[in-house]
Design a protein around this ligand. Structure first.
Ligand code: PMP
Length: 389
C-alpha cells in the first residue's frame, strides 16, 4: 500500500490539497504570477521595503564586501560585525537591553520556548497562536494549556489553577496572523503580575506596523519594560528574512548558550543581515511609511465594507474577509486571481473548520489607483461567486 497516495487523496477529497503558485517578480504592488500580472494583496512586505532601491543598493555593497554564505554557525565562524550591529539596533528599536537573531521567526519561537521552560513548567497560550509557538511549546516538554482566543476570564481561571508549576509563561501573538486583531496585552500583563507569570509576545506582524515608531505592540500599548520576552521577525514589514528575540541581557545570554535552533544552524548570510540593517535604518529615518501603510489599510477596509464584505475586526495590515465555507472561499480566491488580484483563501487546518476566509494584506507601496482597481475586481469577483450583491 502506498501511504502517501492514500493520504494525498484524503486531502484532495476534503478540498484541502495545496499547490504552490510560482511568482516571477519581486514583492511589488503588482506581480507576475503564472505568467499573469496581478495586484499583490497577499504579501507580508507591509512597508514595501523588500523592493526599495536604496536598500537593494546597500545589500549589493554588503555582498561585494562579505560574499554570499556566512560559513558557519554564530558560535563557530559565522558571527560577523553585521550580526552584532543588527542585534544592538534591534534591542534599541524594541527598547530592551539585548536581542538575538535567529534564522527564521519559526526557529526563534522554537529556540526561545525550548530554552526558557521545561517539564516542570506550564505555558498558557491563546488558542489562535501561530503554529511555530505551538511547535515550540510541544518541543519544550512543558505542560501546554490553551485559553479561548482573547478570553481573559479563561486565562485567569487557568492561572489560578497553575500554582503547582515551577514557572508559568503566558504566550500570545501580538497581532494574530490569520485574524489581524491584537492581543489584549495590557490586561495580560496585569494578570501576569497578579499570578507571578512571565509574558512572551510574538510580534511578527506588529513589528514595523504598530506604534508611531513602528516598534510594535509594546510601543502601541505603552508597555515598555513590562514584557519578559519579545519576539519579532525580519521577514515581514522589515522585508528581509530572520527572526529575533529581544529582552534582558541575561535572557539573551542564556539563549546564546542553550537555544539549539541558534547553536546548531548556520548563521544568516551577510546579505540577509545587511538587508535587515538597511531596512531598519530606512524605517527609522522614514516613519512616514507607517502613516502611508495605515492610510492604505483604511482605504481598502472601507472599500471592502462598502461592497458588502464581512470583515473580521482587525487592527493591522491583515484584513480577513470572512466567508466560512471552504469551497466558496477557494472559488472567490480563484476568481480574484483570474480578474487580477492575488488574495489567498485560508482554510483548515490553518483556521478552524467553517471559518475559511480570504486573507488580504496591504502594503505602504500600493498606490491609491492599485487599491481602487483591486476594489473593482473584488466587486466583480464577489458578484460572480454570489457572495455580494
Ligand atoms: N510568528 C507569527 C505570528 C507568524 O505569523 C510567523 C510567520 N507567518 C512566524 C512567527 C514565523 O516567522 P518566519 O516566517 O520568519 O519563520
Amino acid at each position: 500500500m502506498n501511504f502517501w497516495v492514500e493520504e494525498l487523496s484524503l486531502l484532495k477529497e476534503e478540498g484541502l490539497h495545496r499547490e504552490l503558485k510560482r511568482l516571477e517578480s519581486s514583492q511589488s504592488p503588482r506581480v507576475i504570477i503564472d505568467n499573469q500580472e496581478v495586484i499583490m494583496l497577499a504579501s507580508n512586505n507591509y512597508l514595501g521595503l523588500s523592493t526599495r532601491k536604496e536598500i537593494k543598493e546597500e545589500v549589493i555593497q554588503v555582498i561585494e564586501e562579505y560574499g554570499t554564505g556566512s560559513g558557519g554557525s554564530r558560535l563557530t565562524t559565522g558571527n560577523y560585525d553585521l550580526h552584532e550591529e543588527l542585534e544592538s539596533k534591534l534591542a534599541n528599536f524594541k527598547e530592551t537591553e539585548a536581542a538575538l537573531v535567529f534564522n527564521t521567526g519559526y526557529m526563534a519561537n522554537l529556540g526561545v520556548l525550548t530554552t526558557v521552560v521545561g517539564a516542570e513548567d506550564v505555558i498558557i497560550c491563546d488558542k489562535l497562536n501561530h503554529a511555530s509557538i505551538i511547535d515550540g511549546c510541544r518541543l519544550s516538554k512543558a505542560k501546554l494549556l490553551v485559553y479561548k482566543h482573547g478570553d481573559l476570564e479563561r486565562l485567569e481561571m487557568i492561572l489560578k489553577r497553575s500554582s503547582k508549576y515551577r514557572k508559568k509563561l503566558i504566550v500570545t501573538d501580538g497581532v494574530f496572523s490569520m485574524d489581524g486583531d491584537l492581543a489584549p496585552l495590557p490586561e495580560i500583563v496585569e494578570l501576569a503580575k497578579k499570578y507571578q507569570a512571565l509574558v512572551m509576545v510574538d510580534d511578527a506582524h506588529g513589528t514595523g506596523v504598530l506604534g508611531k515608531k513602528g516598534s510594535g505592540i509594546v510601543e502601541y500599548f505603552d508597555l515598555k519594560g513590562k514584557i519578559d520576552i519579545q519576539l519579532g521577525t525580519l521577514s515581514k514589514a522589515l522585508g528581509s528574512e530572520g527572526g529575533f528575540v529581544a529582552g534582558s541581557k541575561e535572557l539573551i545570554d542564556l539563549l546564546r548558550n542553550k537555544a539549539r535552533a541558534f547553536i546548531y544552524s548556520t548563521a544568516l548570510a551577510p546579505a540577509t543581515i545587511g538587508a535587515s540593517l538597511a531596512s531598519l535604518n530606512y524605517l527609522q529615518s522614514h516613519p512616514e511609511l507607517i502613516k502611508k501603510l495605515w492610510r492604505n489599510i483604511k482605504l481598502l477596509k472601507d472599500g471592502l465594507e462598502d461592497l458588502g464584505y464581512d470583515l473580521l475586526p482587525s487592527n493591522s495590515a491583515i484584513i480577513p474577509i470572512m466567508i466560512g465555507d471552504t469551497e466558496k472561499t477557494m472559488k472567490l480566491s480563484k476568481s480574484l486571481v483570474e480578474e487580477g488580484v492575488l488574495a489567498p483563501g485560508i482554510r483548515p487546518p490553518t483556521v478552524p473548520r467553517g471559518m475559511s476566509r480570504i486573507r488580504v494584506t496591504v502594503m505602504a507601496s500600493h498606490s491609491s489607483e492599485d487599491i481602487e482597481e483591486a476594489l473593482d475586481i473584488f466587486a466583480r469577483a464577489g458578484r460572480e461567486v454570489g457572495l455580494i450583491r
